[in-house]
Structures are given as structure tokens and as C-alpha cells.
Design a protein around this ligand. Structure first.
Ligand SMILES: Cc1cc2nc3c(=O)[nH]c(=O)nc-3n(C[C@H](O)[C@H](O)[C@H](O)COP(=O)(O)O)c2cc1C
Length: 222
């Protein structure tokens, strides 16, 4: 797949076929994606691959936490969105709920939908990206994690795989640590659900809107 086609066609996949992704494929994706750029070549990423029983245990643990009323918490500071950012967030939710046939007032279905994220969208595999605690949350470090995250997602397309970058899967860090070797000396930044897309899953038809170039660009040419 050529790079422009990959960038244009990448989208979040929130419904997967149950087929496992071969370990060699997951490895190959990481082997390619590790060429992503990073500040001063610091390569601040540590990646944990979870599949099978481990991933199932994390899913179950996450849902148990949710059902117990625990509050999901990122290992990085989080501030709710405001203004146009909030508007875009709402627009996304409306688009997804429309595609999934979930009515605004249907609390039960909305809660069920939210659970999907905590179940890694039932993907057969996921990458968890962590960063050593000696690294702070400066723009540079998090940009580096972003660079490899997008590179992984683009590379996955070459193998017929879909991805969904998400924070939900790791928002009960103690659950993830219970079933993996992710040390307390690192912080989980983000995770990527990965698998073969279920082409019939309604939310996978979502085409998210982007601002036109002229709305996001200032030209200072003279
Ligand atoms: C850092 C990051 C965190 C995200 N977290 C979630 C998430 O928790 N749940 C989810 O459904 N999508 C999540 N997404 C996916 C975004 O909603 C998605 O990228 C955005 O709506 C644009 O749609 P697209 O990926 O289909 O182009 C996340 C994306 C990024 C980059």
C-alpha cells in the first residue's frame, strides 16, 4: 500500500473478526514502526503486546472495575475538552451512536458502547505503549509516542489489519499490570487495539470529518 493511500484510508476500527493475528505479523509491524522519529533519537517507547488469555483477563478486569463503580484514570493528567474541541468530541459521539442505532436517551446501550472501549473493542490483540517515569509529560516525549503510534497504525494497513488507538483499555492501570509485566517504573500512555476489521460492523463505516487546510493553516509567505 502506498503511503498516501495508507494515510487517507486509516481509520479507527471498533469491531473486529475474532481471528488471531500471527505473532510474526505483530513483530514485523513493530520492526517497521520502530523507525519512527523521536526527539534526539531518545526512542522513549516501551511496547507490550497482549493477546489471548492475557488480553481476555484485562478485558474482564476492566469491566469488573467499571461495574464496581471505579473511576477510570489515566497515568497522565487529563483536562476535559472545551469549546470547538468539545464540539468535535460531541460530533464524533453523535456519528457513532447514529451508525450503531443508539438513541440519545438510551443509557443502557450507551453504557454498553462505552464498555467496548474497555474491552479493547474485542480485538484479538493490542499494543500498550508505556514510557519510563524518568521521562516527564513534556511535549517532546508525548509527540514521540504519537509518532510511533501513527506509524504502527499505518504499517498495520499493509497486512490487512485495522487499529483503534485508545486510552480506555489502559484506564485501569492496576488491572493491566496485574496480567502483564509492565513495571511501576513506567507510565502507560496509550494503547492500540489491532485485528482484522469486521467489515459489517456499523461503526467501522464511520468517516470522521476534518477541518479544511485553510481553517488550520496560516500562510506567512511574504
Ligand atoms: C490518543 C488517542 C486516544 C484515543 N482514545 C480513544 C478511545 O478511548 N476510544 C475510542 O473509541 N477512540 C479513541 N481514539 C480514536 C479517535 O476517536 C479517532 O482517532 C478520531 O475520532 C478520528 O477518527 P479516525 O481515527 O477514524 O480517523 C483515540 C485516538 C487517539 C489519537
Amino acid at each position: 500500500m502506498d503511503i498516501i493511500n495508507a494515510i487517507r484510508s486509516r481509520k479507527s476500527i471498533r469491531g473486529y473478526q475474532p481471528d488471531p493475528v500471527p505473532k510474526e505479523t505483530l513483530r514485523e509491524i513493530l520492526d517497521i514502526a520502530r523507525h519512527a522519529p523521536s526527539t534526539l533519537n531518545t526512542q522513549p517507547w516501551e511496547i507490550t503486546v497482549v493477546t489471548g488469555e492475557v488480553l481476555d483477563n484485562i478485558r474482564k478486569g476492566n469491566i469488573e472495575m467499571l461495574n464496581s463503580g471505579a473511576t477510570p484514570e489515566s497515568e497522565f493528567p487529563y483536562k476535559p475538552y472545551e469549546g470547538k474541541y468539545k464540539q468535535r468530541q460531541v460530533e464524533l459521539a453523535v456519528q457513532i451512536f447514529n451508525l450503531m442505532g443508539i438513541a440519545r436517551e438510551d443509557r443502557e446501550k450507551r453504557a454498553e458502547w462505552m464498555e467496548r472501549g474497555f474491552r479493547f473493542f474485542d480485538a484479538p490483540a493490542a499494543f500498550i505503549l508505556s514510557m519510563d517515569k524518568s521521562l516527564d509529560e513534556s511535549a517532546m516525549n508525548l509527540l514521540d509516542i504519537g509518532a510511533i503510534t501513527q506509524t504502527i497504525c499505518l504499517t498495520a494497513l499493509n497486512y490487512g489489519l485495522g487499529t483503534c488507538i485508545n486510552g480506555q483499555g489502559i484506564s485501569f492501570p492496576e488491572v493491566v499490570r496485574k496480567f502483564t509485566d509492565i513495571p511501576e517504573s513506567t507510565r502507560m500512555v496509550v494503547c492500540i487495539a489491532i485485528g482484522y476489521p469486521d467489515r459489517d460492523f456499523p461503526a467501522n463505516k464511520l468517516e470522521t470529518r476534518r477541518e479544511p487546510v485553510d481553517n488550520i493553516t496560516a500562510w506567512c509567505l511574504e
